[in-house]
Ligand binder design. Structure first.
Ligand SMILES: Cc1cc2nc3c(=O)[nH]c(=O)nc-3n(C[C@H](O)[C@H](O)[C@H](O)COP(=O)(O)OP(=O)(O)OC[C@H]3O[C@@H](n4cnc5c(N)ncnc54)[C@H](O)[C@@H]3O)c2cc1C
Length: 341
């Protein structure tokens, strides 16, 4: 049996171990495009801060790989030819398989605003991104962290380079997230597992979820968040397994789920309080994720925080009122970000 695994992340490595636990002799080939092979992506935040040396990001040794007994092919898979049971590589090679596993992970969503492709606009996804950030930080004077997830807050709070961060913007998210709102969103995402016949049908579902939002003049923008399957139906582009996993956690053990979120909120409040840079929260006043209580908790933890409430907007503030969102961010940056001389 020839097993072929695409991707060189933790899922791929776990898959090789699983195969080897039941089949010691079959051929295993792993195809990965990342020139750095398998390393801890969560560890990248600590690599940036200097808490982890790059060598510490590699959890497996050469001896571990030798024992796992697989062939590593460096490169990118271009297409899967199911009928011929082989994959085509970008460099023109073809690699056959009996069993194929796709473990290509996920990447940060690129910012979809004008200027997002300018030099100096960076994301943190892979080792190369981390190195690019370090390089920019060494020669840069100011930085803005856009986004308020764990990575943004923790990276900012502990980094040796914290002084260069000038501002952090949280967009309708606070350390404490309303559980009822999360449930509502996940229920919405799971409500149509068979997708929609067309974008108009999807727009109707969104209108029902967001009755406050005026209907868009065109449904073309929805093509960015839905994708059309081979059966012609449109489904949300988010990984259904990701949504299902969250739903399972919420539904099967709500007490444990809520306890975990409360613990995370405590941790993030500490991070927010440790921020040296100005912090802005932009909240949609109709948001069901960010409540007055959550704002008060953030205010107590991070008294330096500023707030902008966008009337008539819900959780997706920018989608509901992009002008109000943009002017809040730009006004904040104008007030706080030192221009690079
Ligand atoms: C900064 C940061 C912090 C994080 N912190 C946490 C955390 O605290 N806790 C947590 O649970 N998760 C965290 N995550 C998320 C976690 O790293 C991912 O969930 C995990 O890496 C997913 O593993 P994976 O093997 O599915 O995919 P990945 O790690 O994404 O690996 C997929 C691999 O497939 C390769 N690939 C993609 N397409 C192709 C192709 N066509 N051909 C060949 N190769 C391809 C990619 O280059 C990549 O190397 C963090 C992620 C980042 C970036």
């Amino acid at each position: 049996m020839n097993y072929l695994i695409i991707g060189s992340g933790v899922a791929a490595i776990a898959a090789i171990e699983a195969v080897r636990s039941i089949d010691k002799l079959g051929g295993v080939t792993l195809i990965g495009e990342d020139p750095h092979g398998f390393y801890s992506r969560p560890g990248l935040a600590y690599y940036l801060t200097g808490e982890l040396h790059d060598k510490a990001l590699y959890p497996r040794t050469a001896e571990d790989y030798r024992r796992m007994n697989f062939r590593f092919v460096k490169g990118r898979v271009k297409s899967i030819l199911r009928g011929q049971a082989q994959v085509e590589m970008e460099d023109g090679r073809f690699i056959p398989y009996d069993k194929l596993m796709i473990a290509v992970g996920a990447q940060a969503m690129p910012l979809q605003v004008p200027g997002a492709d300018l030099e100096g606009v960076l994301k943190l996804d892979h080792m190369e991104d981390a190195r690019r950030i370090l390089k920019s930080v060494r020669r840069g004077r100011t930085a803005v962290v856009l986004g308020g997830g764990i990575t943004a807050l923790e990276t900012h709070a502990v980094t040796d380079y914290a002084d260069i961060f000038s501002a952090v913007v949280l967009v309708d998210i606070t350390p404490k997230v309303e559980n009822a709102g999360s449930r509502r969103i996940v229920s919405f995402m799971m409500a149509n597992p068979d997708g929609f016949a067309d974008l108009t049908e999807a727009a109707a579902a969104i209108a029902e979820y967001n009755p406050h939002r005026p209907p868009p003049s065109s449904t073309a923008g929805l093509a960015k968040v839905l994708r059309q399957g081979e059966d012609g139906r449109w489904r949300w582009h988010w990984d259904p397994q990701f949504i299902a996993t969250r739903a399972a956690l919420m539904l099967e053990d709500p007490a444990a789920w809520e306890a975990e979120r409360a613990e995370r909120a405590d941790r993030l409040h500490l991070s927010a309080g440790a921020l040296k840079a100005p912090l802005l929260l932009i909240r949609g006043l109709l948001s069901d994720l960010v409540s007055d209580e959550a704002v008060a908790a953030l205010r107590a933890a991070a008294p330096q925080a500023e707030y902008v409430d966008v009337r008539g907007a819900g959780h997706m503030v920018a989608g509901d009122d992009n002008d109000a969102f943009t002017s809040a961010v730009l006004g904040f940056l104008d007030r706080h970000v030192r221009p690079t001389p």
